[in-house]
Design a protein around this ligand. Structure first.
Ligand SMILES: Cc1cc2nc3c(=O)[nH]c(=O)nc-3n(C[C@H](O)[C@H](O)[C@H](O)COP(=O)(O)O)c2cc1C
Length: 205
């Protein structure tokens, strides 16, 4: 399995033997899986990307980015996906290793709290905007190449975290992070699957 953020990457993955392709829309949290493009501004959203990847390849496609409840899962299947990959909705599960201040920042995030930035690690990734992203980014041509930006920020991160601050800490999360729920991951998975099946049978009926 490999992530594609544009159709060209999906075709490349299929030609190089991928059995399953994850179509990762721009809404997704964390580092972008982009590898044949560097242009953040051109990255398509999940709704535009998934059907175009489904049309371009023969292998099954997993939809990723902005999916956080039964409605999103049903929509992904309607677009032709064979599965979904969900990250941000699980961030506040007890199994997640986030610190208290990171959890608090994510719990306060809204639909417009995240940006794609390169200043935290040197590679584009989506996360909740913190002080360093706001003051020197979110995108800067001066960001050291991956992973040196993270190394350079490490002393500031450590000093701020001692005071419970996330000013220099990564808060990787996607645009649907607000829809995440605080419950054990297995329970959340069962709830998501149940809600998706209910939504799909409602749509079919
Ligand atoms: C905390 C976090 C870290 C992630 N790190 C990476 C990464 O290093 N590389 C990558 O291709 N995707 C990364 N992702 C993206 C996920 O693999 C997945 O595509 C994404 O979470 C799905 O979209 P969603 O966040 O809207 O659910 C990360 C996601 C999160 C939430």
């Amino acid at each position: 399995m490999g992530s594609a953020t544009i159709v060209k990457e999906a075709i490349w993955l299929e030609e190089h033997g991928a059995d399953i392709i994850i179509a990762q829309g721009a809404e997704a949290g964390g580092h972008r899986g982009m590898f044949l493009t560097e242009n953040i501004a051109e990255q398509p959203g999940t709704f535009a990307l998934v059907p175009q990847v489904v049309d371009a390849v023969k292998v099954p496609v997993v939809a990723a980015g902005g999916i956080a409840d039964g409605r999103g899962i049903a929509a992904a299947f309607a677009l032709g996906a064979s599965g979904v990959q969900i990250g941000s909705a699980y961030l506040r599960c007890p199994e997640s290793t986030l610190s208290g201040p990171q959890r608090a920042a994510l719990a306060q995030a809204h639909d417009d709290s995240t940006v794609v930035t390169n200043v935290m690690t040197g590679r584009p990734a989506r996360g909740v905007k913190n002080r360093v992203m706001a003051e020197v980014g979110p995108i800067s041509e001066h960001a050291p190449a991956f992973p040196h930006a993270a190394t350079a920020l490490a002393p500031l991160k450590a000093a701020a975290e001692k005071h419970g601050k996330v000013d220099f800490t990564t808060l990787w999360a996607g645009q649907a992070v607000r829809m995440g729920r605080e419950m054990p991951a297995a329970e959340l998975t069962r709830a998501l699957a149940g809600a998706a099946l209910a939504r799909m049978s409602h749509l079919a009926g």
